[in-house]
Design a protein around this ligand. Structure first.
Ligand code: NAP
Length: 295
C-alpha cells in the first residue's frame, strides 16, 4: 500500500514520520513547498510537485490541514489523480457536513472517503498514540486500518460519513465545559488564599477531577500557558459545534459562553496560548470584585 500525505503542520509532519516508520509512506505534499522538500529529504521519500501527482502515485491519501475550506481546496487539487479503489483519509477537524459532501462527491468516482479526526495533540501525533474517530463505509475503514494503526492507538469506527467529525465535535464541547469549570474553580481557590499545588494534588483524586484539572490546573497556578492546544484552534472547533447544533435548532450555552471568552482572549493577544489561558478571564472576575488588578 502506497500512502501520500498532505499537510505537514504540527500534527501532519509527525503523522507522516510514523507512516514512514511503518514503511507505508510513498511521499508528501505541502502548500509551503519547502516543508515538503525538507521532510522528503529527511525521510528519503517523494516530494510531489502537485496534489494530482501525489494522488496518481498513491493508493491512499492522508490529509491534515486547518479547516473546511482548506480541505475542500486540497481534495479539488487531488481529484485529477484520484480513481476507483483509491481512499482519501481526512484527519483534519472540520464540519460533519463537509465530510458528507466530500464522501458523496468522491463516491461517484469510486473513491473512498473517511473522516478521521484525531485527539491526543502533538504528543499523540509524535508517539503514534492518537485516538482516531472514523466515519465512512465500514469496508473502506477496514482497508484503511493499517494506515490508521500506524498513526493511532485507539481507533474506532463510529458510523457512516460524518460520524467521526460529529464525535470529535462532542469531545470539543466537553473540553470547553471542563476547561471553563477548572479555570473558574482555580480562580476561586486562588481568591480564597488556598495553597494551589496542594489543592491540585488533593482534588486531582476527587470526583470533580479530570484530565484538564490534573494536567492544566498546574499551568493556571503558575500563570504560564505554554503552547499546547491553542485557543485559536479550539475556537475554530467550537464554531463548527455551533453550526452543527444550529442544524438541530439548538444553541448550546457552554459553546456560546466559551466562544465569547475566546473572542476576548484572541482580541487581547492570547490566541496562540494553551486554552488554560482562560484562567486569565476567570481570575479577572475576582480581581474586579475585590477591586484588585487581574492575574
Ligand atoms: P498547523 O500546524 O497550523 O498546520 C496546518 C497545515 O495545513 C499546514 O501544513 C498548512 O500548510 C496546511 N494548510 C492550511 N491551509 C491549507 C490550504 N488551503 N491548502 C493546503 N494546505 C493548507 O495545524 P495543526 O495543528 O497541524 O492542525 C491540523 C488539523 O488538525 C486542524 O484541523 C486541527 O484542528 C486538527 N487538530 C490539531 C490538534 C493540535 O493539538 N494541534 C489536535 C487535534 C486535531 P502551510 O505549511 O503552507 O501553512
Amino acid at each position: 500500500m502506497r500512502i501520500g500525505f498532505v499537510g505537514l503542520g504540527a500534527m501532519g509532519a509527525p503523522m507522516a514520520r510514523n507512516l514512514h516508520r511503518a514503511s507505508l509512506l510513498a511521499g508528501v505534499w505541502n502548500r509551503t513547498q519547502g516543508k515538503a522538500a525538507a521532510l522528503a529529504a529527511e525521510l528519503g521519500c517523494n516530494a510531489y510537485p502537485t496534489l494530482a501527482d501525489l494522488a496518481a502515485d498513491c493508493d491512499v491519501v492522508g490529509i491534515c490541514v486547518s479547516a473546511d475550506a482548506d480541505l475542500r481546496e486540497v481534495v479539488a487539487g487531488l481529484s485529477p489523480g484520484l480513481g476507483a479503489g483509491k481512499i482519501v483519509i481526512d484527519f483534519s477537524t472540520v464540519g460533519a457536513g463537509t465530510a458528507r459532501a466530500l464522501h458523496a462527491r468522491l463516491a461517484a468516482g469510486g473513491v473512498g472517503f473517511l473522516d478521521c479526526p484525531v485527539s491526543g495533540g502533538i504528543e499523540g501525533a509524535r508517539q503514534g498514540t492518537l485516538a482516531i474517530m472514523a466515519g465512512g463505509d465500514e469496508a473502506v475503514f477496514e482497508r484503511a486500518r493499517p494506515v490508521l494503526e500506524a498513526v493511532g492507538r485507539k481507533i474506532a469506527h463510529l458510523g457512516p460519513s460524518g460520524a467521526g467529525q460529529a464525535t470529535k465535535a462532542t469531545n470539543q464541547i466537553m473540553c470547553a465545559g471542563i476547561i471553563q469549570a477548572v479555570a473558574e474553580a482555580m480562580a476561586f481557590a486562588q481568591a480564597e488564599g488556598l495553597p494551589l499545588e496542594r489543592v491540585i494534588d488533593t482534588l486531582g483524586q476527587g470526583a470533580g477531577s479530570s484530565w484538564y484539572f490534573v494536567n492544566r490546573a498546574p499551568y493556571m497556578a503558575k500563570g504560564q500557558y505554554p503552547a499546547g492546544f491553542r485557543v485559536r484552534l479550539h475556537e475554530k472547533d467550537l464554531r463548527i459545534c455551533r453550526e452543527m447544533a444550529a442544524a438541530h435548532g439548538a444553541r448550546l450555552p457552554v459553546v456560546e459562553s466559551t466562544l465569547a471568552e475566546y473572542a476576548a482572549l484572541i482580541r487581547d493577544g492570547h490566541g496562540d496560548e494553551d486554552i488554560s489561558t482562560i484562567y486569565r478571564s476567570k481570575s479577572a472576575l475576582f480581581a474586579d470584585a475585590d477591586g484588585k488588578p487581574g492575574a
